[in-house]
Design a protein around this ligand. Structure first.
Ligand code: NAD
Ligand code: MG
Length: 383
């Protein structure tokens, strides 16, 4: 395998730190060229001192002086400011970009990376939710791979290796169901952010943890899957599987199904994406079937967890609707984390935004940027 020269956007987060564990264990396969973070200057400095990138970006400008003082003596360049993510992904020395930052902020740097011909290891699912059609077309045009990091999409991708010429009949995306599986709306009215932040199977950043509790995460993943694998909404089924052992499945036209399974450990899909097409040796814990005597499956509760229905609706409507859902959800999650709205009100806010924001049938990149802005403004009025 050609050595991967990585830019990791969001290196101090849950995915970013686990990616650096993978890199640390495989020094012959990976080189770190760029690390970026929003606020966690201390960890960014520590990571840079260890992995010796060419450049780091600290997005919060107030922290620039601190990071510069620590890294300039090590001959590591330090950038800040809005344009810096866009410029670092285009660096000559980078050949793959791992997008491990949160939310809409991933879109513009990802587009820049694709245009510069860099392969993408995509954790930032919001990029495909906001502008999936545009981003996947751009990737085809520039002949770059978009390799999924999200565990479900990695599972599907792993099932498809060797099958790319065979049509998919449907995919089955598994969902853990989150901390509120089986609960009703009465219960959800009063749940706190502390309860919502306790995910049963995965330890992740705050935004995706809330999205998992509301099933918005599965909704975003339905949209992500459509664009990654070229599916219609009817070809995507969601099944709740509380043990998170089967990470997703593909059903082919002969009726045969493939599943990818293992312990819930994000390092596996991260490593598969940045090491593709190779399976690098790892010492991650192995699964023992006798510890999981029953794997169970149930239908998602679309009436209680309305966000999942909104995602399917956005797919059917098309245009900029998924961009609207994403921006409204980002505002909703942030407001819930500030204790300004209740858990169920997050869905109300998304629904209202879907009705209020201007619909665009065939959006350009500028339209998506505008839609994101307009939605945030309107959604904030509902808070
Ligand atoms: P996190 O909150 O733990 O980390 C986010 C990282 O991005 C941090 O380094 C932060 O400094 C940086 N960042 C945040 N906002 C930024 C902004 N506006 N501009 C620049 N940098 C910014 O998040 P995470 O859980 O690692 O998730 C990252 C992405 O991966 C998300 O899109 C998430 O949906 C996806 N994902 C995560 C997991 C998981 O297990 N954590 C699994 C599947 C997919
Ligand atoms: Mg996932």
């Amino acid at each position: 395998m050609e050595k991967r020269h990585l830019a990791i956007l969001g290196s101090t987060g849950s995915i970013g730190t686990q990616a650096l564990e993978v890199v640390d264990a495989n020094p012959d396969s990976f080189e770190i060229e760029v690390l970026t973070a929003q606020n966690n200057a201390d960890l960014l400095i520590e990571q840079a001192a260890k992995f010796r990138p060419n450049v780091v970006v600290i997005s919060n400008e107030k922290l620039y002086d601190k990071v510069f003082a620590a890294l300039d003596p090590l001959d590591i360049k330090v950038y800040t400011g809005e344009k810096s993510l866009v410029s670092v992904v285009q660096m000559e020395s980078v050949n793959m970009v791992l997008t491990a930052l949160v939310g809409y902020a991933g879109l513009i740097p990802t587009v820049a990376a694709i245009k510069a011909g860099k392969h993408i290891a995509l954790a930032n699912k919001e990029t495909l939710v906001v502008a999936g059609e545009l981003v996947t077309e751009l990737a085809q045009k520039h002949k770059v791979d978009i390799l999924p990091v999200d565990s479900e999409h990695s599972a599907i991708f792993q099932c498809l290796v060797g099958e790319f010429h065979n049509p998919i009949e449907k995919i089955i995306l598994t969902a853990s169901g989150g901390p509120f599986r089986g609960k009703d709306r009465e219960f959800l009215k009063t749940v706190t952010k502390a309860q919502a932040l306790k995910h049963p199977n995965w330890s992740m950043g705050a935004k995706i943890t809330i999205d998992s509790a509301s099933l918005m995460n599965k909704g975003l993943e339905v949209i992500e899957a459509k664009w990654l694998f070229g599916l219609t909404p009817e070809q995507i089924e969601v099944v709740v599987h509380p043990q998170s052992i089967i990470h997703s499945m593909v059903q082919f036209e002969d009726g045969s199904m493939k599943a990818q399974m293992g312990l819930p450990d994000m390092r596996v899909p991260i490593q598969f994406a940045i090491g593709y097409p190779n399976r690098l040796k790892s010492n991650f814990p192995r699964m023992d079937f006798t510890q999981y005597p029953s794997l169970t499956f149930e239908k998602p509760d679309y009436q209680t967890f309305r966000n999942l229905s909104f995602a399917f609706e956005a797919l059917k409507v098309g245009g900029n609707m998924a961009c609207i859902v994403n921006a409204a959800n980002e505002i909703a999650v942030a407001a819930f984390l500030r204790d300004e709205i209740g858990f169920l009100e997050m869905s109300d806010l998304i629904e209202d935004s879907m009705q209020e924001v201007s619909f665009v049938r065939t959006p350009t990149l500028e339209d998506y940027i505008e839609t994101d802005k307009e939605t945030r403004k309107i959604a904030l009025e509902f808070v």
